[in-house]
Write a protein that binds this ligand. Structure first.
Ligand code: NAD
Length: 261
């Protein structure tokens, strides 16, 4: 199936839902986990360190985590053509909901509106206290790390602080998951972009869409867990495919919109 066919599906869809994974942000300089150059592909032990139980039990894991947050490439990263294309798809009125597994905040920076975005694994731009739930901008805690605190504690209750992201072993926010599931279950086109579709429960979202009779479109440089179920697999760089797809949707819509006026 070609880009032109998928563009036509987007143009005529009743409800489009997109799911993005780490692959949409690699072109912004943030490595993914499971791609060929992924953090976990190159260092399988890094996956264990992402577990909440390990983080809570091991102060040295927290010290390492704070240093990693200070120097993480996501802090300086900017949105790329893929993020901007999804913001444009929303502006064209063709995107009901964007669900991202990413914690980098780049969809918001690219102009996607908060009302149509679910950051289902949280955001690294905020910190949260694991005891009292106090939450605020990550920079406030990173300033303390820069000033010499190796494992800064919550200023309210002394609890353990962490980035406001969902680690392995933590529950997703129920309202976020319910909203994503509802939208996926009502969609008639579902885009799965730059995700291996192996992280659950998010990987169930395309199943929900398929159960509703939606067309599943997978955009990825490598095979994914659901390629055999997809109606279209667009193989290649997201930063090239998405802009070309969305510019076709824009071109498809312009004459019709003008005709209606
Ligand atoms: P993943 O790392 O499992 O898979 C990324 C997929 O994208 C791979 O299939 C890879 O081949 C593909 N890909 C990478 N760059 C691409 C490109 N430029 N064009 C086309 N395809 C490309 O990602 P995941 O399934 O999203 O799971 C990883 C989990 O880790 C996520 O749940 C997320 O929360 C987290 N994570 C987030 C970030 C981030 O916020 N940017 C980065 C790494 C991991």
């Amino acid at each position: 199936m070609a880009v032109a066919d998928v563009a036509a599906w987007l143009t005529h869809a009743r409800s489009v839902v997109a799911l993005t994974g780490a692959g949409i942000s690699t072109e912004s300089g943030i490595p993914d986990f499971r791609g060929p150059q992924g953090v976990w592909t190159r260092d399988p032990k890094a996956e264990a360190r992402a577990d909440i139980g390990y983080y809570v039990a091991h102060p040295e894991a927290r010290r390492e985590a704070w240093q990693a947050r200070l120097h993480h490439p996501a802090r300086a990263a900017q949105p790329n053509a893929g993020h901007r294309a999804l913001a444009e798809l929303e502006r064209l009125g063709r995107l009901q909901l964007l669900v991202t597994q990413n914690i980098d905040g780049l969809h918001l920076l690219a102009g996607s509106s908060p009302e149509r975005l679910v950051e289902i694994h949280g955001s690294a731009r905020d910190y949260v206290c694991l005891s009292c739930g106090d939450r605020g901008p990550m920079d406030e805690v990173l300033d303390r790390v820069r000033a010499g605190e190796e494992d800064p504690a919550c200023l309210n209750c002394g609890g353990i602080l962490k980035s406001a992201t969902i680690s392995f072993g933590q529950q997703l926010v129920a309202a976020d998951l319910a909203r994503a599931e509802r939208a996926a279950g009502q969609s008639d086109v579902f885009l799965a972009i730059g995700t291996t579709l192996t992280v659950y429960p998010v990987a169930w979202l395309p199943e929900r869409a398929l159960a509703n009779g939606a067309r599943l479109v997978i955009i990825n440089a490598e095979p994914t867990a659901m390629d055999d179920r997809a109606h279209a697999v667009l193989r290649g760089q997201i930063g090239e495919i998405l802009p070309s797809l969305v510019s076709r949707v824009a071109a498809d819509r312009t004459p019709r919109a003008a005709g209606k006026d």
